[in-house]
Design a protein around this ligand. Structure first.
Ligand SMILES: [Zn+2]
Length: 521
């Protein structure tokens, strides 16, 4: 069949009965519709046809609808996603919270278990013992005290009431100042001398008043309840005929047995008393002395010398240059030790003792020679010299050494006792090896410190030049530490008497070398 012009006209609109490729979904426009076209107008009337415009609008609506569905779905998806995210965050928070609680509980349990184990293994009754100090008087245990009471700032304390009970002293005074009297002395008052031996301790101060004289103590007087606690240097510095020993957490105090007692059936003790009896001033030169400045010529073995003093020191000459010239050459060091009972019998108070320190003592000869030295120094314009340490007991040195060692171990807990002692030995000595126990050595400087800076002072220069004239030598020179085993101590001077002091001064040897050379001769 050939296309009529009408058909051709229709065909222009419908592509000659063939549907457009994209119109397969067109509703009411199937083959039947095309057939209807071909067949005439009647089928068009029965099934209304969409115009092209309607169809486009329809398509646009469909597309808009689909688009809005898609958007809604997207929004919904996003909303669900966020809700899930929130839920996950909440879950994580809950989880972390539970984890934290569990961690804390676990840590507490671990700590408790560890603590229990530590207590089981370390906190034995022995460990409890070590935190206490035991006090014995005459061998009998009187008390145990906690470290809090018995030890403070490197200083050991003891209960003075215990000592008073042991020695039969009477206690009077107030809480502000406790006073203890020797009963026999009080009884002796009837003889009219008016002398009584007493000591009082102002609470909270580091002084004691002994027979009217103020004494400096290493620690502060403490009132613990009704008891008076005093630093232990009081016993070593002030008490006479009382022995003091400190040994690993034990403080032993005892009367000293009388060595002259011939009655072997009973033990006789020396009377305990205070070392300080009264202020006995040493000889001094009269202000208005008519003597001319002293001029001394001396020298043996052909060595002649002349010494000129500003002051007349003729009264001191015997002390500076003892007739018995070899009796003060005693050598004390780590190899040549003193026994714990060695104590000179001619100790005297040193007038130039630094204020704030307990009265220092030296043997008679060095004591007076030192006084002459200080007089000359004062005349040379050096008026601030002070004595920081003189004679020390074996026991005091023991306490010092123990205290220094403990301090080193506290400063560095990794140190063993032996290591700490090696450090202490560079600046202190073991008991029995200290020259201070001889009563022939003196520590002096322009202040209370033991500082090597003293070597830069004019006073030190003066001493290096003149100390030999008074019988003193620098005991631990900087260039002799390998021989003395003690580091340089510009403050430590040793009395040997002028004869030997001059030789040591002139030759530049130390005492170890000098005595070694003497024994060879
Ligand atoms: Zn010294």
């Amino acid at each position: 069949m050939q296309n009529t012009p009408r058909q051709r006209q229709n065909g222009q609109r419908t592509t000659n009965g063939r549907q457009p490729a994209n119109s397969s979904s067109r509703p009411n426009n199937g083959n039947r519709a095309n057939n209807a076209y071909a067949g005439g107008q009647r089928s068009d009337l029965r099934r209304p046809r969409m115009t092209e415009e309607e169809y486009r609008a329809y398509q646009a609506r469909q597309r808009a609808y689909a688009e809005s569905r898609r958007r809604e779905e997207q929004v919904e998806k996003m909303r669900q996603k966020q809700a899930k995210k929130k839920q996950r965050a909440r879950d994580r928070q809950i989880f972390l919270g539970r984890l934290a609680v569990f961690g804390v509980v676990f840590a507490i349990i671990v700590l408790l278990v560890c603590g229990l184990i530590w207590i089981l293994f370390n906190h034995t009754p022995d460990a409890v013992e070590e935190t206490k100090i035991t006090y014995t008087y005459g061998g009998a245990q009187v008390r145990k005290a906690d470290f809090e009471t018995a030890y403070e700032n490197g200083v050991y304390y003891f209960c003075f009431n215990d000592l008073a009970a042991y020695l039969g002293m009477a206690e009077t005074g107030s809480a502000a100042e406790r006073r203890f009297l020797f009963k026999e002395s009080a009884a002796d008052d009837s003889d009219g001398t008016g002398e009584e031996e007493y000591v009082s301790f102002p609470t909270g101060e580091n002084t004691a008043v002994v027979n009217g004289q103020e004494v400096h103590l290493d620690g502060t007087n403490k009132l613990v309840g009704e008891e008076v606690w005093i630093s232990i240097d009081f016993i070593s510095d002030v008490m006479e005929n009382i022995s003091l020993k400190t040994d690993k957490n034990t403080v032993s105090i005892a009367k000293i047995a009388d060595p002259d007692n011939t009655d072997t059936s009973t033990l006789q003790y020396l009377d305990a008393s205070f070392r300080l009896k009264s202020n006995e001033p040493l000889e001094t030169v009269d202000e208005g002395s008519s003597y001319l400045p002293g001029q001394i010529t001396g020298g043996e073995d052909g060595e002649e010398y002349t010494i000129e003093f500003v002051n007349d020191l003729s009264a001191y000459e015997e002390y500076m240059n003892p007739a018995d010239r070899d009796s003060y050459l005693m050598l004390v060091n780590t190899k040549n030790t003193l026994t714990s009972s060695y104590e000179p019998t001619d100790l005297m108070d040193v007038a130039a003792t630094a204020s704030g320190r307990s009265m220092q003592t030296l043997r008679e000869y060095p004591c007076k020679a030192l006084e002459a030295l200080l007089l000359e120094m004062a005349s040379a314009g050096f008026t601030t010299m002070q004595v920081n340490s003189g004679f020390r007991t074996y026991n005091y040195q023991a306490i010092l050494f123990e205290t220094y060692t403990n301090n080193e171990m506290t400063a560095d807990p990794n140190l063993s006792r032996e290591q700490a002692e090696q450090i202490v030995l560079t600046y202190s000595t073991r008991p029995g090896t200290s020259e201070h126990q001889t009563g022939l050595a003196v520590d002096m400087a322009t202040d209370a410190s033991f500082s090597t800076d003293f070597q830069f002072s004019d006073e030190y220069e003066w001493l290096m030049e003149n100390a030999w004239k008074f019988g003193f030598v620098l005991r631990f020179p900087a260039d002799k530490t390998h021989l003395t085993t003690i580091s340089f101590e510009p403050w430590h001077w040793r009395y040997v008497g002028r004869y030997h002091a001059k030789k040591i001064h002139d030759s530049g040897v130390c005492l170890e070398e000098y005595i070694a050379a003497l024994s060879v001769e």
